[in-house]
Design a protein around this ligand. Structure first.
Ligand SMILES: Cc1cc2nc3c(=O)[nH]c(=O)nc-3n(C[C@H](O)[C@H](O)[C@H](O)COP(=O)(O)OP(=O)(O)OC[C@H]3O[C@@H](n4cnc5c(N)ncnc54)[C@H](O)[C@@H]3O)c2cc1C
Length: 352
């Protein structure tokens, strides 16, 4: 076996002739000497374990074997992130670099069935769940005690999100939402990791209370039993099949046959349905924008995790939460007061 790290002499000669300081440029690209050191440490870990080596190139594998290889590689990377997090006690950097950076794309070339868990499931909980809900769900999600995905797109509705057909109807007698897929075109279609991997899901559905539609809102839904991994009653789930690429992502379909979830499973940071009178209320001052740029990156989200932020964070349309975002505009100090006044204006019985 040849040493893959031996540099071709022609290439070495060209490198020796270069007119700039290679180290300086490397630091510039990485964002500083320390970043370069951290990157090299991560790369060394991967090379040492040999996770990048494929006994049979994945392009020759069956669909099932491609999926299993992707699961194996993804699990290795997540264990590695966990180890680095414990050693370095850092923020979200290792997640961003290993999953979203060049290392992740080099190793998980055909996609990963766990990516949606980190790029959409966790960030949506951070951006759309109330503090109480974050306390309940985020620890389990970060520990991978539960694996989630994000189901927005439907067979008949991609870009046109307002047209989504999945319904979430509040039943005040049981304090539950009833999720339903009324048509074939309302089936969720595409979510990564949905087909065989995820056991929880953020579902974007049309909210109905007292017979009135309030537009699309996110809900957390358990899809599979946490022990047996079998789909729960009323959950119709499967794989959409082989694609031209991304065959490691395990993209799936999902339909609901009157599936009941507790009221608390609506993500309630920005709006909620009151238990007593089924009244729907907004909790945010500004809910105009539905845009990628208003979605938090993992880093941004983690920086205010634990605080009650009243920013405008609508349904995410981006599946790449690791790309840099423009800085968030400063919020005025009376945001909380304004929000409370607005909420009270809609329903005077609401307590702070
Ligand atoms: C690999 C992959 C993974 C995915 N993972 C997920 C996932 O995890 N979860 C999830 O919910 N979804 C997922 N999706 C779905 C993805 O979000 C949709 O494909 C996307 O929203 C676009 O929808 P569409 O494919 O139906 O295209 P369409 O909405 O049919 O759009 C087709 C084309 O028409 C253009 N177009 C549409 N409307 C207009 C308009 N009004 N004016 C001008 N041009 C317009 C679009 O820009 C596009 O070029 C995934 C898709 C892919 C390919």
């Amino acid at each position: 076996m040849t040493d893959s790290r031996k540099v071709n002499p022609d290439l070495q000669r060209e490198r020796d002739n270069c007119t700039f300081d290679v180290t300086e440029l490397t630091y510039l690209i990485d964002g500083g000497a320390q970043k370069t050191e951290e990157r090299r440490k991560r790369e060394e870990m991967v090379l040492k374990e040999g996770i990048h080596i494929e006994e049979v190139p994945s392009v020759y594998l069956s669909h099932k074997d491609k999926y299993e290889l992707a699961v194996k590689k993804a699990c290795y990377l997540f264990k590695m992130i966990r180890r680095l997090q414990e050693e370095e006690n850092t923020g979200m950097e290792n997640y961003q670099e290993v999953l979203g950076g060049s290392l992740g794309s080099a190793i998980l070339g055909d996609g990963s069935p766990l990516t949606l868990h980190y790029v959409m499931f966790i960030p949506t909980l951070m951006g759309q769940a109330s503090v109480e809900q974050q306390v309940h769900w985020l620890g389990r999600a970060f520990n991978c005690d539960i694996i989630g995905t994000y189901a927005q797109t439907e067979l008949g509705h991609g870009t046109f999100i307002r047209g989504l057909e999945t319904t979430a109807t509040y039943d005040p007698s049981t304090k539950e939402f009833v999720l339903h897929s009324p048509t074939l075109t309302s089936y969720k279609w595409w979510p990564g990791g949905l087909a065989h991997t995820a056991n929880y899901c953020i579902v974007v559905a049309q909210l109905y209370t007292n017979g009135k539609c309030h537009g699309i809102h996110p809900f957390i839904v358990q899809l599979r039993d946490e022990e047996t991994h079998m789909p729960l009653p009323g959950i119709k789930i499967g794989e959409i099949g082989a694609k031209l690429g991304m065959n490691g992502t395990n993209n799936g379909f999902l339909g609901f046959d009157k599936v009941r979830i507790p009221r608390e499973y609506m993500l309630m940071k920005n709006s909620k349905v009151l238990e007593k009178n089924s009244l729907f209320i907004f909790l945010v001052q500004d809910h105009r924008s539905i845009s990628t740029s208003s979605s938090p990156s993992l880093e941004e989200s983690s920086s205010y995790f634990g605080e009650r932020r009243l920013a405008s964070l609508e349904v995410h349309r981006s599946y790449d939460m690791f790309t840099p975002r423009r800085p968030r505009a400063e919020k005025s100090e009376d945001d909380a007061a304004w929000s409370f006044v607005e909420t009270r204006a809609r329903d005077p019985s609401v307590a702070a």
